[in-house]
Design a protein around this ligand. Sequence first.
Ligand SMILES: Cc1cc2nc3c(=O)[nH]c(=O)nc-3n(C[C@H](O)[C@H](O)[C@H](O)COP(=O)(O)OP(=O)(O)OC[C@H]3O[C@@H](n4cnc5c(N)ncnc54)[C@H](O)[C@@H]3O)c2cc1C
Length: 555
Amino acid sequence: MIPSAPRYLVDIDVSTTPQVFTDTLIIGSGVAGLRAALAAARHGSVLIVTKDTIRESNTEYAQGGVAAVLSKADSVDVHVGDTLSAGVGLCEEDVVRMVVTEGPERLREVLDWGGNFDRKDGEVLLTREGGHSRHRIAHAGGDATGHELQNVFIRKVKEADIRVWDYSFLVDLLTRDGECLGALVQAQAGERRIVWAGATLLASGGACQIYRESTNPAVSTGDGIAAALRAGAVCRDLEFVQFHPTVLYIAGAARKLISEAVRGEGGVLRNLAGERFMDRYDERAELAPRDIVSRAITSEMAARGESHVLLDMRGLGADRIASRFPGIADTCRSFGVDPATDAVPVRPSAHYFVGGVKVDRNGETTIRRLYGCGEVTASGVHGANRLGSNSLLEGLVFGARAGEHAGQRASGPPADAVRSFRGKGPRPAREHLDLLDMRNSLTSLVGRAAGILRAHEPLQSARQTLDRWAQYALVRRFDAPAGWELQNMMTISRLLIEAAWLREESRGAHARRDFPERDDARWRGHLNLKIRGEPTYTPLGSTEEVQIDRGPENA
Ligand SMILES: Cc1cc2nc3c(=O)[nH]c(=O)nc-3n(C[C@H](O)[C@H](O)[C@H](O)COP(=O)(O)OP(=O)(O)OC[C@H]3O[C@@H](n4cnc5c(N)ncnc54)[C@H](O)[C@@H]3O)c2cc1C
């Protein structure tokens, strides 16, 4: 698919690089990585490598909460049904059922470990969000759920005496004969180390930074997905990127999202004329699933030539806003908007990376001894669109499962690899490459071609542009994370655009202007992508990889 992509980003030589050994190596310190570390540590030594502070992650910024069946008015079947409905026919039902069934136990564990979730009369408070037909979202600190999860897990990881290397960057996974032996890691000061690991587990999060407008922090550049692709792993569902419908749109303000829970609690959307419009697009109005709300906002803005819409939460009253959404209220006020008296300007932004490294129910990828959990993976739980608050749940459940399996399977690296392993990276280039300019061009291109509404022509043109860029940007050697992040983002963007170009239908988070209907006959299945080799198609529920039925335009 990307003939110019090198196997390794840099040269790797055991004779000149310090070596470290661990039973389980975990890349990333969000909910999935930290939960996995606790599970793997029951079986042997664990090393967590994370590219910023231990806290910095998507998890840290998660607001709304964790979806779990905790109330008597709810049931596993209803939660499964809501998830399947949001996933628009592409969820793997057995995986959904497993996550929904194990979720309450994983969340209770967090509460037992001191998780300070919001309660009333001792009972965990549950709210409702778009796409959920019951109150089942547990939250902490009003709208600081991810922060509280990180508090709990960072404390537990310290108590368990698990080694953590912060400011340390996964450059590449080391493989031989289809087996992962560990990774090359570069610390902030520039020194590199080879980490030999009995099992390596990717928990490095998603890649929404490939979009110019994104709610994700700077760490979300998809490094783990790209490293797995270079190592030969199969990725799937890359065409599905969820846009959060209501992201603060104020010049100079970070693209901070306004939680779905605001609409769950009664917030309404208005166009700039002050009219509510959601009921014209879907009978569930503001409580429709995210993709429907995002597309409705995009259509409303386009129809009226407006750059944003308004989220009106004035009906909740000042006290309720202050107690339920203190973080959101503070952010808005710091930019001169008081949600108690003003409607808040919002527009959709890239938010959740549905696709990723293909894993089975135990988090095993298609490469032996390489595992994955959380947003870096495509486990089959989200289908064509993630149901809000199901991703922290997935991180908890798959973190525990993948950590357990990786820890159990961990065994030492082959002695001859430790003596003689070598990997070949590209040569340094003489011409300077303006990384910032290249990154801005890339994120704009991806937004234009593979944003909320897609079509053949822009996708086709983006494929050609990316192939041209790859010929000079992927084949050069960089020596620091900024260059590697760009190469990782280019790799993922190319495959995402290929998948979006191939899938000639509209489903969930993938909407094609030229193919507005869902087409189950051709497309009820997953697109599998690799760096080397042609994309393939796997019908839902099957493990078989078959040739893609290319339409006349793509033949
Ligand atoms: C603003 C916001 C609000 C959200 N709200 C909710 C919500 O209410 N409910 C919900 O369920 N979901 C929510 N989500 C989604 C959810 O937060 C994420 O899907 C989930 O936290 C992902 O967890 P993770 O552990 O897989 O990845 P992350 O939490 O993103 O962690 C990834 C880790 O990998 C590290 N890493 C990345 N690359 C490298 C590298 N090259 N080398 C070393 N380390 C690396 C990162 O530094 C980080 O530590 C929200 C997301 C955002 C951005």
